[in-house]
Design a protein around this ligand. Structure first.
Ligand SMILES: Cc1cc2nc3c(=O)[nH]c(=O)nc-3n(C[C@H](O)[C@H](O)[C@H](O)COP(=O)(O)O)c2cc1C
Length: 357
């Protein structure tokens, strides 16, 4: 079995970023990924009624078409979020549209929801559930989420989001409504309390017994904007928020010549704003719904810090791309060491302990 972590990441980085990404997904879809050992019980956690073997998930956008869900789960993620999937297939923005900024520990992307559309996405997910010769079914080994969004042309959010929730529901454990990618014109305007109320009500009407629904938000709003959105999410029955998507800001610390490329910035330069948004929302939320922190997480100490700040779990993308799958076992070792040092036996023990009371 090829250990992608040790062998493939430096090789992949010789290709342009998008070709490297395609190669990584293709080789994982062919079964060439690694296999992580079983997680220790101290890392297990629960959120929105599901059990997760560890609190580190793969953020949306890596496996947009749900082609490599099970191999990604086997690498050791605690959950995998596939998508963003849109109702119809679309090619996204012209290339180049994906830029690595290794000196800044960052990526800029303006992919624009390139993807195969909901029909193919569901066919890919259905294959996961096909019975095996021994009669057992083979769903993903960890909780699986579907991240849903809208097409650039012809979108009707009040029609499209409820339809997408219905379509993915037979195949996944939770659904994330993406209202925050910066590369689909108008998408972030859906992040208002009124719009969210209307969207959730349309989804609830169409899907009375729906799965846990999360809402993914941008880091680029004023701090005061998060409270009405949080309240609308809770009132509308959402069970969690993902904080945050990429930023359109460009911190002055960036040194890469690619820093001025248009698109969403992720990775290390996003960490402080992502953490700040988590703090603001955690203090308002007071544990009412689940919070997943995402943005610039690179170490096990970062994971524990976000959990102590009120996150139930975290997601990673950029550090995984830049460092490869070997990152996951390092994160878990560092997280367990940090928990031991701080005297936490379980993730639940650490949850919210750094929040002001
Ligand atoms: C190349 C790329 C594509 C992404 N595509 C999506 C997407 O389709 N949907 C989504 O919700 N987030 C998408 N994201 C955002 C990530 O899920 C994540 O929220 C963000 O990158 C911050 O986490 P990080 O700093 O660990 O990368 C994308 C990020 C990158 C770098």
């Amino acid at each position: 079995m090829i250990d992608l972590g040790k062998l493939a990441t430096p090789l992949l980085h010789r290709f342009d970023p998008e070709t490297a990404h395609e190669l990584a997904i293709n080789s994982m879809a062919l079964g060439l990924g690694g296999s992580a050992p079983k997680d220790v019980p101290a890392l297990a956690t629960r959120a929105f009624g599901l059990r997760f073997p560890n609190p580190i998930g793969l953020a949306a956008g890596f496996d947009k078409n749900a082609r490599a869900v099970r191999p990604l789960a086997k690498l050791g993620f605690g959950h995998v979020e596939a998508g963003t999937v849109t109702p119809r297939p679309q090619s996204g923005n012209p290339q180049p549209r994906l830029f690595r900024l290794p000196e800044d520990g960052a990526i800029i992307n303006r992919m624009g929801f390139n993807g195969c559309g909901i029909d193919r996405f569901c066919r890919n997910l259905a294959r996961l559930h096909r019975p095996m010769p021994n009669g057992r079914t083979r769903g993903a080994t960890v909780p699986l989420g579907a991240n849903i969004g809208i097409n650039k042309i012809g979108a009707e959010p009040l029609r499209d989001y409820p339809e997408l929730v219905s379509r993915v529901s037979p195949y996944v454990d939770y659904v994330t409504m993406n209202l925050s990618s910066p590369n689909t014109p108008g998408l972030r305007d859906l992040q208002s309390a009124q719009m969210l109320t209307d969207l959730l009500s349309a989804i609830n009407t169409r899907n009375p017994d729906r799965l846990p629904l999360l809402v993914k938000l941008a880091p680029d709003m004023d701090d005061s904007s998060y409270e009405p959105i949080l309240e609308a999410a809770i009132a509308g029955g959402a069970q969690g928020l993902i904080l945050t998507n990429t930023t359109i800001a460009r911190p002055s610390s960036l040194t890469s010549p690619l820093a001025a490329e248009t698109g969403g910035l992720s990775g290390r330069p996003l960490a402080s704003r992502s953490r700040e948004v988590l703090k603001v929302v955690s203090n308002l939320n007071k544990g009412r719904i689940a919070l997943i922190s995402c943005g610039g997480i690179e170490t096990g100490e970062d994971v524990l810090d976000r959990i102590r700040m009120g996150a139930d779990m975290v997601q990673i993308y950029t550090s995984f791309v830049l460092q490869g799958p070997a990152l996951l076992s390092r994160l878990k070792t560092e997280l367990l060491d940090a928990m031991r040092r701080e005297g936490f036996e379980t993730i639940a023990d650490a949850h919210g302990t750094a929040l002001s009371v």
